[in-house]
Design a protein around this ligand. Structure first.
Ligand code: AMP
Ligand code: MG
Length: 492
């Protein structure tokens, strides 16, 4: 006998309602043996979902895409993308499905999306599958970013499929379920713009209502919308830079309109400070290197602006002038966010003209001496408390650091805030624990081999990145010397 169970998710699917032409209805497929690898209980609670129900066979069938739950309208979303600068008119979800949207316990609309759920009409040559390692990577890095306070999509669960995926070797397959403010990307606008101007307008109206509602009140709502996206992206990239995060594939299909970080493929956190750092094995030219990220973001936003021109003004020249002005505001906005963030990292409670040089000189020093970015800023709190030794010990040539440190301390003592308060505030923005590459690799390798414990431990550590805890020293330390030159591979 079956009793009517409460639906797993209370869906309300505005994308499908509003945006016909930007998706293909599609279904996942059964998998041989669904097995839960990771469930984000805290996120399930935020979504108002019964975690225990998700863990049961019916829940797992939903989380791999085999069964569409009540109220779901699964679709593969259509989008284009500039990939490494070249335009691909038809990318879309080749191995992913938007199940629907859920209003969370705070009333926020969140996409529920699956990745690795099988081939779709956008799959081209791909197999539609995903391996355990990259899906768990997306889980752990997303949680790390979230705990750092950086806007991001988040993993709800990773479920093993019991089937092998053919990559360079055979790998166990998995499906990731993730939550996002939406999956609307710059590439979604690029796709719409190639279809029909009315579709761009519908998409823009939808995105305004969903992500930037204040733009609707502006004299020119579409221009205000463009400015809002420029602003959230400037803020986001600054946040990445402040923790040494390198996304790795900043294609326009991997840049959201909401301002959340999305699609953790060949991403990584920088260890020794070097602006030219690239981790992605496919980024031969270093297009998406650490220091290039703000420029690439602006380049991507230019592609967004192009799709909006017809909405901005009936006169093309006026439209281009208006869009250009907004686009050019990216640099100023970015530097505001970065400067404020850097000052916070250094314990500077206000902004002064000399701060720019203090920051630039520090970064030059960290670069010249290959100092670990994360360790340094955390060690600086100790210096603010009066113990310079931990910071100084990070420099091969400590004399060079002394000169900078004297200037910094003089700057601190000119503030009225006491050292302890300053140091405590620094500790709240300078993490002890980041998703260090060797730790991520260690966890994913173990998980692929069947041992989830290192993964669970790492997620647990990264969930409280600012609180130093005894016994976790190895999670705060840079990679051992024999870890070598780190390369990450695309999340396929
Ligand atoms: P990404 O580089 O992961 O952002 O993906 C770029 C495009 O390739 C998107 O359209 C993906 O849906 C598609 N894609 C990536 N991997 C696969 C796969 N294994 N099967 C089908 N499509 C894929
Ligand atoms: Mg992508």
């Amino acid at each position: 006998m079956s009793i009517a169970a409460r639906p797993l998710f209370a869906f309300d699917n505005s994308y499908v309602r509003d945006l016909e032409g930007l998706y293909e209805p599609w279904r996942g497929r059964p998998v041989p043996a669904a097995r839960l690898l990771a469930l984000n209980e805290q996120l399930a609670a935020e979504l108002g979902v019964d975690g225990d129900a998700l863990k049961g066979p019916d829940g797992l069938a939903v989380l791999v895409g085999a069964v569409a739950p009540d109220g779901a309208t699964p679709v593969a979303q259509a989008y284009s993308g500039h990939q490494f600068g070249g335009f691909s008119p038809r990318l879309g979800d080749g191995r992913a499905l938007l199940l629907g949207e859920v209003l969370d316990v705070r009333g926020q609309r969140r996409d529920l999306h699956l990745k690795g759920s099988g081939r779709t009409p956008f799959a081209r040559g791909g197999d539609g599958k995903a391996a355990i390692g990259p899906m768990l990577r997306e889980y752990v890095i997303g949680e790390a970013m979230h705990a750092l306070g950086i806007p991001t999509t988040r993993a709800l669960a990773v479920v093993a499929t019991g089937e092998d995926v053919v990559r360079e070797t055979m790998l166990p397959g998995a499906v990731l379920s993730r939550v996002a403010a939406s999956h609307i990307r710059v590439g979604t606008f690029e796709y719409a713009a190639r279809q029909d101007p009315a579709l761009v307008r519908r998409l823009a109206d939808h995105a305004i209502a969903r992500h930037h509602p204040h733009a609707a009140e502006a004299e020119n709502p579409y221009l205000a919308f463009f400015a809002a996206v420029v602003d959230v992206q400037a803020a986001l990239i600054a946040r990445w830079m402040l923790v040494g995060f390198i996304h790795g594939v900043m294609n326009t299909d991997n840049m959201t309109i909401s301002g959340e970080t999305i699609d953790y493929g060949p991403c990584a956190f920088m260890d020794a400070f070097d602006p030219a750092t690239v981790f992605s094995s496919i980024d031969h030219a270093g297009r998406y290197a650490y220091a290039n990220q703000p420029y690439i973001a602006q380049w991507n936003l230019a592609r967004l602006g192009e799709t909006l021109l017809a909405l901005l003004d009936a006169d093309p020249d006026t439209a281009i002038a208006a869009a250009t002005e907004v686009l050019q505001s990216f640099a100023g906005r970015y530097h505001e966010y970065l400067g404020a963030g850097m000052r916070a990292k250094l314990g500077l409670v206000d902004g002064r003209p000399e701060d720019g040089a203090l920051i630039d000189d520090l970064l030059a020093l960290l670069h010249a001496q290959s100092v670990d970015f994360t360790s340094f800023f955390r060690a600086l709190s100790a210096a603010a408390r009066g113990d310079v030794a931990p910071a100084k010990a990070l420099f091969a040539d400590p004399a060079a650091f002394d000169g900078w440190c004297d200037r910094w301390q003089a700057r601190l003592s000119s503030q009225s805030t006491d050292g302890q308060t300053v140091a405590d505030a620094m500790d709240r923005v300078n993490p002890v624990y980041i998703a260090r590459n060797h730790l991520v690799e260690e966890a994913l390798t173990a998980a692929t081999g069947g041992d989830l414990q290192p993964f669970e431990r790492l997620v647990d550590v990264l969930t409280q990145p600012f609180d130093e805890r005894p016994g976790l020293e190895r999670y705060a330390a840079p990679a051992p010397a024999d870890f070598g030159c780190y390369r990450t591979f695309c999340g396929t």
